[in-house]
Unconditional design. Structure first.
Length: 665
């Protein structure tokens, strides 16, 4: 018992340390688990023994992984992406497995069954790594991003028949055909019964459990269903993971899908991490170092073969050369399901050990390299595909041509519901706008309706230039992605530090970072929602409407500094409404050599012009409501608020170094 506890403590300590390191360098934690297993396993430091009990516990990680895949199984999504999923995706998996069966046996002097298993493993790409990288790069909705997601979806589905096939391949040669036929028959019967007859009972049972209003009971029920169906398929001679996949599919059809997914996540992540640790424990560092040349050759051959195959198949499906190469590079690595297949019972008996070690090492290295390959894929495409620069230039030219129709406009980054509502308001006020978005279907529909929206990534300098940022009056970031918003702000700050930027966010978590990056104002949905809730509640409680509106105005004034001065006095004061119809914000950039450098804000008597200095942004840090004694420095962005005429006069004072006339006698 003491030895077991010691092993668990060592495992947890090593896993926590390595995962912290990998997260800090923006790499997926599963790579950290693989490294932990390799380091502390029996072939390296030998701190953790490679026992059957460890593997049995780790197998539950695969069970919960397949359960999560089943939860994400969506028939409508498959139908909407059927051409990519069952076209490009199926062709990629079938072609890779076929090449593995035909070429690997004579090349590596192995049995055809080993070639089939290795081909199936090579066909898999890392869903976790690729999806995260595409999301960070805002490429999930791009043309190549949607095709990559479709291929990954079919790869996840292809794991199910491979999980049935691999254990059957371990049977003796004379019994192989019968074993495969029996496995197929069992799978058909079990899946037909569970999927055909299980949906109604599953929904009714979950309704009964949910009515007890007990979180503990709900989680216990999820574990019971998952492990229970896994046991049924295992008792039928199939894999545990297959039953878990079916359980996920059944629950996905109920209204409890998202709650189940949230509840099961801690168990899945913990046990899946243990599984990848056991995979790493299988890697013999001595054997890898002794065959380092073969490992490097296998790694290079694996990445080149898979990238070329997927790129070639993508060309057959009508993709351009640059798009096909991007898809190939992004999917060139081997994924987590490859290790799941190689860990199946019988796989290690079919694949010789001298082949397994270099293969495991090459697969592990391909996953380690995947984030860097994806990050630099665009540069690789530009240098490799001769027409990439031309297509890129044509795309930017089209954006620039369309943006020439507007001047003194608002650049809208993101044309979802928020962006479209903003565009309608600007239209009503006869203010021009130019919108950028990454969803081709949305762009096609909106453009057909006459909206000024084009395809383009607002986080790229050349796209913003083509969108006319140098002529723009303001820029609004409407999508709820703080990291992407920070990328846009970084570009805007270098190109137009004086341009007012308004950012939408979900809550106040990133407000300080966004304002420090140059956002003139950050609108948090949670705050606006709470204000509306409070106003409705107060009115229903009998509070007079005028008092409710004043309360909301006061709250907004304290939060939105750029609106100070807009909500002054009674909301029904028509004189005030007529007094400031054209009041607006304006940013003045203090360039090198401007005479006002070194002088205080108070010296310019801007209050005499009815102009308010709402903020100064200096070296990426915004100071709100600066004092009159604040010295003006080179590179400052001074944010003014007032009428058009008053702001024009104030800008002249600041840029020409105005001084008050001396009074005589």
């Amino acid at each position: 018992m003491t030895d077991t506890l010691q092993s668990i403590l060592l495992l947890l300590a090593a896993a926590v340390l390595v995962v912290v390191v990998f997260r800090s360098i923006k790499l997926p934690p599963l790579l950290g688990y693989l490294v932990v297993g390799t380091a502390i396993g029996p072939h390296a430091l030998g701190l953790i023994p490679d026992t059957p009990e460890t593997h049995a516990l780790a197998e539950f990680g695969v069970v919960f992984l397949m359960f999560s895949i089943g939860l994400e199984f969506s028939l409508p999504k498959l139908i909407s992406m059927r051409r990519i999923v069952f076209g490009l995706g199926s062709l990629q998996v079938v072609a890779t497995v076929a090449i593995g069966v035909l070429l690997l046996p004579p090349l590596l002097e192995i049995d055809w069954r080993a070639g089939l298993i290795l081909g199936g493993a090579i066909a898999m790409s890392s869903t976790a790594i690729v999806i995260k990288m595409l999301a960070d790069r805002l490429e999930l909705d791009s043309a190549h991003g949607r095709q990559i997601v479709g291929v990954l979806l079919f790869q996840d589905l292809a794991v199910v028949p491979l999980l049935i096939l691999v254990p059957a391949l371990a049977q003796p040669a004379g019994e192989l055909a019968g074993a495969l036929a029996l496995a197929g028959l069992k799978a058909f019967v079990v899946l037909s019964v569970l999927l055909g007859l299980g949906q109604r009972p599953m929904r009714a049972w979950f309704n009964l459990v949910a009515r007890q209003y007990s979180p503990e009971l709900f989680i216990l029920n999820v574990l019971l269903i998952t492990l229970g169906l896994a046991y049924i398929t295992h008792a039928a001679g199939l894999s545990l993971a297959l039953g878990a996949f079916v359980a996920g599919m059944l629950i996905a059809e109920t209204e409890y899908r998202y709650q189940v997914e949230d509840d099961i996540k801690p168990f899945r992540d913990l046990l899946l991490g243990l599984f990848f640790v056991t995979v790493g424990m299988q890697l013999d560092i001595g054997a890898v170092v002794g065959n380092l040349g073969w490992v490097i050759l296998a790694l290079v051959g694996l990445l080149a073969f898979k990238a070329a195959l997927i790129a070639g198949l993508s060309l057959l499906f009508g993709n351009s050369k640059d798009g096909a190469l991007r898809i190939g590079l992004d999917l060139a690595q081997v994924g987590e399901f490859a290790f799941v297949l190689l860990a199946q019972p019988g796989a290690s008996d079919i694949i010789p050990g001298n082949i397994m070690q270099p293969v495991l090492a090459a697969m592990l290295l391909s996953m380690l390299l995947a984030p860097f390959v994806i990050e630099y894929s665009e540069r690789i495409v530009r240098r490799t595909v001769g027409t990439e620069w031309l297509s890129r230039a044509m795309e930017l030219h089209q954006i620039a041509v369309k943006s020439m129709a507007v001047d003194r406009h608002v650049v809208i980054c993101g044309y979802g519901r928020c962006g479209q509502n903003l565009a309608r308001v600007l239209d009503q006020e006869n203010i021009g706008y130019f919108a950028l978005d990454l969803d081709p279907a949305r762009i096609r529909d909106a453009a057909a309706a006459g909206d000024t929206v084009v395809y383009g990534d607002a986080g790229k300098r050349e796209v913003l230039t083509a969108a006319g940022i140098t002529r723009a009056r303001a820029l609004v970031i409407t999508f709820n992605d703080p990291h992407a918003a920070l990328r846009v702000l970084e570009q805007v700050h270098t190109m137009r530090p004086d341009l007012p930027v308004i950012v939408r966010t979900l809550d106040d978590t990133y407000i300080d970072r966004l304002e420090a990056a140059g956002a003139s104002e950050v609108v948090a949905e949670v705050m606006e929602g709470s204000l509306m809730l409070a106003s409705h509640a107060l009115m229903l409680l009998g509070v007079p409407v005028r008092r409710v509106l004043r309360r909301v105005q006061a709250t907004r004034e304290s939060r939105y500094h750029v609106l100070r001065g807009v909500f002054r006095g009674d909301v029904h004061d028509e004189a005030d409404g007529a007094e400031r119809p054209h009041s607006r914000l304006h940013s003045v950039f203090i360039a090198p050599g401007v005479p006002s450098i070194g002088r205080t804000i108070g010296e310019f008597s801007l209050q005499d012009l009815a102009v308010e200095v709402t903020a100064i942004r200096r070296r990426g840090v915004k100071s709100l409501s600066p004092a009159a004694e604040t010295l003006i420095e080179q590179g400052d962005v001074i944010v003014l608020f007032g009428s058009d005429d008053a702001i024009g006069a104030a800008e002249i004072r600041l840029l020409q170094g105005w001084r008050p006339k001396s009074r005589e006698g």
